[in-house]
Design a protein around this ligand. Structure first.
Ligand code: SF4
Ligand code: SF4
Length: 439
């Protein structure tokens, strides 16, 4: 049974129409936690005032939004098109430390080298300045009708080494009502940080360079933090989550790459993670330069079978997510049809990137390298974000993007927002409703 969830009233589809839930169904749906909804999410549905389904978007990955939902993105696009309301920031991606104790072969931040041209001083972020930045961002969004900005911290390296990480996570949640999302290997996470995560985070995602001891060491280029150490860290967070009684809203997931060495390991690994009591495993394609022969990176039949076996562990309480196309070990984010791609980068409006003290448009390396793509640099001046994201500055900044992008790290978000804006334009006199579909 597919339910449709909306802040304005839940529903279901019957005979092609969106209809009310029975009292029993309504009770079942109301009982669901945010975490359960994310694990069961299957995309977006849009209906018109008569309850006719206008659009269904299946290709989605709920943990990409969590703890927000695809409907937050769709509604921001709707309000922008319908009432010309400026986009709030829904999510901020913070790259706030340089340096890592790992030396992963396929590290996208190249050990912090990507951003060193910005100057090391740019990464000097005393907690007072960081507090100011969080206050600017959350005020900006609440003035535009949105609270609970997702605050994703993934470092530009290992985020655990930011000296006041535990305090920052507490502050963001308890003072600014943000939703902290934390991406780490966990190698430098001390007790205080784990405690703060268990108490305040919405999502903790552990990155695994490899799926067993051998490949973990080989691909992380270090031997001080082992596969079993990483497993122990997950166990600790799960236990502390229980202490804070946050099983309903703290999602704990693992992201791990598809690699030739993992041919037989996927299903065992996913089972291990499920048995620990974590919520999700995401297997991802690793980035291979586009000029490398794809044939070298074909997934074997055995690997594919084992991945499908891992996927079969998914259920209402556990999710195994796979790339949309299970073919090559290849990361495809190329903009295939440039003509139909929006000429404005919506992602940069709703999901800018904080790199050091600068607010950037995007996480693509060349965009972070270049100050041409910075909306502005935070200095501590009250209200400065309104200048960074003023209509004039946005128009100037968006001028050459995404024309200058051949691949897009927010491909799906840009296409989704563009689609919702197009539908809204076509049905400008109708009041559309947006639902998250769960099965
Ligand atoms: S843990 Fe992350 S930041 Fe560190 S080297 Fe590996 S990929 Fe790079
Ligand atoms: S790659 Fe280009 S279009 Fe995509 S998010 Fe970045 S700046 Fe925007």
């Amino acid at each position: 049974m597919a339910y449709l969830l909306s802040k304005r009233g839940n529903a279901k589809i019957e005979d092609g129409l969106v209809v009310k839930l029975s009292p029993d169904e309504a009770k079942n749906v109301d009982r669901l936690s945010k975490r359960e909804i994310a694990l069961r999410s299957r995309g977006l549905a849009i209906s018109n005032p008569q309850g006719v389904l206008v659009e269904r978007v299946n290709k989605t990955f709920a943990q990409h939004y969590y703890p927000l939902s695809i409907t937050d993105y769709a509604e921001a696009a709707y309000k922008n098109e319908k009432s010309n309301q400026q986009f709030p920031i829904l999510s901020i991606d913070a790259h706030d430390v340089i340096g890592c104790d790992f030396k992963c072969q396929d590290c996208l931040s190249h050990g912090g080298l990507n951003v060193q041209s910005l100057g090391i001083h740019n990464f000097d972020l005393p907690i007072e300045l960081y507090t100011h930045i969080l206050s600017e961002i959350s005020n900006f969004s609440s003035k535009r009708g949105f609270s609970g900005v997702k605050f994703e911290q993934s470092g530009e390296g290992n985020p655990d080494i930011f000296p006041k990480r535990a305090e920052l996570i507490r502050l963001s949640k308890q003072r600014f009502g943000m939703n902290p999302v934390y991406v780490t290997t966990g190698s430098k996470a001390d007790e205080d940080l784990l405690e703060s995560l268990a108490e305040n985070a919405s999502f903790v995602r552990f990155s695994f360079p490899g799926l067993d001891q051998r490949s973990y060491n080989m691909y992380s280029g270090q031997s001080h933090y082992l596969f079993n150490d990483a497993i122990e860290k997950i166990k600790k967070v799960i236990k502390k989550r229980g202490t804070y009684k946050r099983e309903r809203d703290l999602l704990i997931g693992i992201r791990a790459p598809l690699r030739p060495e993992h041919e037989y390991l996927y299903s065992d690994f996913a089972k291990k993670i499920k048995d620990l009591g974590a919520d999700a495993v995401q297997f991802v394609k690793i980035l291979i330069p586009e000029d490398t022969g794809l044939a070298e990176h074909l997934l074997s039949e055995k690997a594919r079978e084992d991945i499908i076996k891992a996927k079969s562990l998914s259920g209402n309480d556990f999710s195994v997510a796979l790339p949309h196309e299970l073919d090559y070990i290849y990361y495809g984010r190329a903009i295939k049809d440039k003509e139909s791609f929006p000429d404005v980068c919506y992602s940069s409006y709703i999901h800018p990137v904080l790199t050091g003290r600068d607010l950037f448009v995007c996480t693509m390396n060349e965009k972070i390298y270049s100050l041409n793509y910075s909306f502005g640099r935070f200095t501590g001046r009250k209200g400065e974000i309104e200048d960074f994201l003023s209509k004039d500055n946005l128009a100037r900044m968006s001028k050459d993007i995404p024309k200058s992008c051949n691949a897009c790290c927010s491909l799906f978000d840009n296409l989704l927002i563009n689609k919702v804006k197009q539908i809204t334009r076509k049905k400008i006199n109708e009041e559309l409703k947006f639902y998250e579909v769960i099965e």
